[in-house]
Design a protein around this ligand. Structure first.
Ligand code: ZN
Length: 474
């Protein structure tokens, strides 16, 4: 039996198990560094499949690795399983409706990501065994991808150091392999402290930390024009100082996320943001402390591995939607604004492909691999792994075309046939790519050569300082 048929059979044979696991993780909807039940479920499946599982990696209770086999090559498959805050949503409906008011939800599809990657690891383990191929397959359970950068903490502790290649995927609205980098990030809390006072009787005695936060944000908004256009600066006020306007707020806190194509650039902009915080503190007579929270490194695409992965995805072809899935996708498409639709359509150049989308609401094709020097405007901690080992990742269609990222629409589709089928396609793509690497280790050597050339002698520098420990969002 050809590799494609064998891998497909191995994955389809356990598809109920994988679909159930993805749905359970969707139900748990656990956020950064608190993904206890999700991690436990994935570890349970790994153990049942004969993997040797080690938990508590790099000081994180929900980081783990499952290993099978021995010797080289060592192929790592990366899985994520954390949810997003405030994105609770009823599944399978086409209107915004929280399942648990104020609760979390899988707005990035990591429920499917973790399980799809695991399905690939299990299939390639069985394929390797049957074909008596040497080498090691590892599944990495990576917590807190969302604003936590779990993989950077793992990378800092060296857990990826002996890998020969790393593979992963991300849920999305297109079947394609990534040919571009992503933005590096530095992320920190600014904690201002002032003096509390009666806001009417003695305002002159007060020093407002909330004023400092607001002035800092004004300053940062003026900074925007004077940074490189690819940079992004975001903030969230994580403590506004309380609910009483008649009290001068003595404590306030804002969380900043600064992104740029290279970590060095993000750091330079971040240092200017720190100066702005300093200015805000001087203006208001308050003091502040900067607390680095996490950081992400830019993604280094590996052409050798990416091309191979793209060939494998093409060989498998897109998954086929049934009437119910097409109906649901079209209804989800109707919830998008005209601008959202136009922005999504602009990503597709081929007229035939646009026709498929118009007809079904789903990008039911595999897009050609495209190498690009322009980074995608998002960030991922897979970037940190890609600096340590040649890495490739694909997206698979788990959502109606045009579904915005981190939205209620993603959560709503997270238990659908669309999501399940996309997850299985991603699993097969990764497993086929890994199987090829086990059969032809010379590709691994080629990928490493290319990786070395791309890095020009630079090596990984973890964006998170050594003293910063992983923590749940406060
Ligand atoms: Zn994600």
């Amino acid at each position: 039996m050809a590799c494609k048929e064998k891998i497909s059979m191995l994955i389809d044979g356990k598809k109920e198990l994988y679909e159930r696991a993805s749905d359970s993780i969707w139900d748990y909807a656990e956020t950064r560094f608190e993904e206890y039940r999700s991690a436990e479920l994935l570890c349970k499946i790994l153990r049942e499949e004969g993997f040797e599982v080690t938990t508590g990696l790099a000081g994180m209770q929900t980081a783990f690795v499952g290993s099978f086999g021995s010797g080289e090559p060592v192929i790592g498959i990366l899985g994520e399983f954390d949810a997003l805050f405030d994105l609770s949503q009823v599944a399978g409906i086409t209107e915004k409706k929280p399942l648990v008011p104020g609760g979390s939800g899988h707005g990035c599809g990591h429920n499917a990501l973790g399980v799809g990657a695991l399905a690939a690891a299990v299939a390639v383990k069985d394929y390797r065994k049957e074909h008596q191929l040497s080498g090691t397959v590892r599944y990495y359970g990576c917590p807190a991808e969302e604003v936590g950068s779990g993989k950077a903490f793992m990378a800092r502790e060296g857990v990826f150091d002996d890998l020969d290649a790393a593979l992963s995927w991300h849920p999305g609205d297109m079947n394609e392999v990534w040919g571009c980098s992503s933005l590096a990030v530095t992320q920190a809390y600014f904690k201002f402290s002032g003096i509390s006072s009666h806001a009417a009787a003695a305002p002159q005695l007060g020093r407002s930390a909330l004023d400092a936060v607001e002035l800092m944000n004004v300053g940062a908004n003026y900074l925007r024009e004077h940074v490189i256009p690819e940079a992004r600066i975001h903030y969230a006020i994580t403590n506004a100082g309380g609910l009483s306007p008649n009290v001068v707020q003595a404590n306030a806190e804002v969380l900043y996320v600064v992104r740029a194509p290279k970590f060095r650039q993000a750091k330079e902009i971040f240092d200017r943001v720190v100066k702005i915080a300093n200015g805000a503190a001087l203006m208001t007579g308050t003091a502040f402390e900067t607390v680095i929270d996490s950081g992400y490194t830019d993604y280094i695409p590996n052409d050798t591995l990416s091309r191979l992965m793209s060939e494998k995805m093409k060989e498998l072809g897109p998954w086929q939607a049934d009437g119910e899935e097409i109906g649901f996708a079209k209804e989800i498409g109707e919830t998008l604004t005209a601008t959202q639709k136009a922005t999504a359509n602009a990503r597709v150049r081929d007229r035939e492909e646009l026709g498929v989308i118009r007809e079904t609401g789903i990008a039911g094709f595999v897009s050609p691999y495209q190498k690009s020097d322009t980074p995608m405007p998002g960030s991922t901690d897979v970037g940190d792994v890609s600096w340590i080992v040649p890495t490739a990742q694909c997206s698979a269609v788990t959502q109606a075309f045009g579904t915005p990222g981190h939205s209620w629409q993603v959560v709503s589709q997270g238990k659908s046939g669309i999501c399940h089928k996309g997850m299985l396609l991603a699993a097969k793509t990764i497993a086929l790519t890994a199987a090829e690497l086990f059969e032809h280790p010379e590709i691994v050597s080629r990928a490493r050569e290319e990786w070395k050339e791309t890095l020009h002698g630079e090596s990984y520098l973890c964006p998170i300082p050594p003293e910063v420990k992983p923590a749940a969002l406060r």
